[in-house]
Write a protein that binds this ligand. Structure first.
Ligand SMILES: *Cc1c(COP(=O)(O)O)cnc(C)c1O
Length: 400
């Protein structure tokens, strides 16, 4: 490798650092959970974790670990194959059918990640004659997936149904054969739930398919955790759901698409991340299957999660913090200023609470925040500890 090339890369890195955008990874010395151990050199420090997508607290669940271990024993470590050559075990098919049943769809297909599910779902289904209309705040993987398709692309401002209707009309005027509206079920930076009933109304008026990426909802929102379509009462009106096993459903990895059979059958034939990437590891498939089973029955965990969200919200609002309103376990504490958000994250870290500050370009300029996420893996005492730490740090920095 030429020295010039490496110097160039070092220059790019230096610029990222100078812009204050360099992402440093902290080391965790144990399993993911409500309380974790942060490693620094030889020292280990316990902290309360408010920044995992571990909504149901299943990431270290003993039954899931046991299921993954028995999957490992019964089905081996890896498949060394894509699905269509020799990478489909009974386990994979069982997991697909379990996902489909859970979400009330005819069938489902697994991917190595939801990033791949979103990367692979659009291109086989939507051709150059078709139109994809995408919410402006959709996840990066939807943006990439839409780009990989040859369909015409339209974008509407986050949650702006008037603009969505304008785009649907525009697509119609442009002669679109089929139209698809793509949206996140929950927008992860704000914690807002997509207005699916309004989106479905428009979709039906203009003959569009609705695709929902429900990564931040499957397992914990809606009846039995069936996600935002269930929460908003539109389960039968949403055509395609994509999701992940990497968040509520055990938190390991793997993604899926659930939809009517012809959709899934065609993805199995044509979705490139499915065709040209290895099968999900058996231990992960077995663990995720158990996670799904536990999640469906986890009304107690969902209730604890909702209670934590309420206590945390009330505690912070009472202390004078400004939060974005919402009904999900994603609770953004608005600080507006990027430097302040970083100082607040540091102050909380010193007080034993692990949070992540977000600022431009992840959120709009001047909208810096600390995004907190509740988990059923936290105890009532943990949540109270976190509220107290926020109040103490907020006072120390003059935020409240
Ligand atoms: C996390 C997330 C993804 C990616 O899921 P992985 O399984 O981790 O690849 C995709 N879409 C949304 C909305 C997400 O939040």
């Amino acid at each position: 490798m030429s020295a010039e090339f490496l110097r160039h890369l070092e220059g790019v890195l230096a610029q990222i650092d100078a812009d204050g955008l360099y992402k440093h990874e902290r080391l965790i010395a144990g399993p993911q959970g409500g309380r974790i151990e942060v490693a620094s050199g030889e020292t280990r420090r316990p902290v309360i974790n408010l920044c995992a997508n571990n909504y149901l607290g299943l990431a270290d669940h003993p039954e899931i670990i046991a299921a993954a271990k028995s999957g490992l024993d019964a089905f081996g470590f890896g498949m060394a194959s894509v699905r269509f050559i020799c990478g489909t075990q009974t386990l994979h098919r069982e997991l697909e059918l379990a996902v489909a049943r859970y979400l009330g769809k005819e069938d489902a297909i697994l991917f190595a990640a939801c990033f791949d599910a979103n990367g692979g779902v659009f291109e086989p289904l939507m051709g150059p004659e078709d139109a994809i209309i995408s919410d402006g705040l959709n996840h990066a993987s939807i943006i990439d997936g839409v780009r990989l398709s040859k369909a015409r692309r339209y974008r509407f401002g986050n949650g702006d149904l008037d603009e969505l209707e304008d785009r649907l009309r525009e697509a119609e005027k442009d002669g679109a054969r089929f139209k698809m509206i793509a949206t996140d079920g929950v927008f992860s930076m704000d914690g807002y739930v997509a207005q699916l009933p309004g989106i479905c109304d428009l979709a039906e008026r203009y003959g569009a398919v609705v695709m929902v990426d429900d990564c931040h909802a499957t397992g914990h929102l809606g009846e039995k955790g069936r996600g935002t379509p269930a929460l908003t009462g539109v389960n039968d009106r949403v055509g395609i759901v994509t999701g992940t096993f990497g968040k509520s459903l055990g938190g390991a990895m793997g993604g899926f698409v659930a939809a009517a059979k012809p959709v899934i059958d065609l993805l199995r034939q044509r979705a490139r991340p499915y065709l040209f990437s290895n099968s999900l590891a058996p231990a992960i498939a077995a663990g995720s299957l158990k996670a799904l089973e536990i999640a469906e029955q986890a009304d107690d965990r969902r209730a604890r999660l909702a209670r934590h969200a309420k206590v945390f919200r009330n505690g912070l609002v009472k202390a004078g913090f400004e939060l974005l309103p919402g009904e999900t376990p994603i609770i953004p504490v608005m600080l507006y200023d990027a430097v302040l958000a970083q100082e607040m994250a540091r102050a909380l870290d010193e007080r034993g609470v692990y949070v992540a500050g977000f600022f431009f370009p992840v959120v709009p300029k001047g909208k810096a925040r600390i995004r907190t996420q509740m988990s059923a893996g936290l105890s009532d005492a943990d949540v109270q500890f976190a509220v107290d730490a926020f109040v103490d740090a907020g006072k120390a920095l003059g935020v409240i």
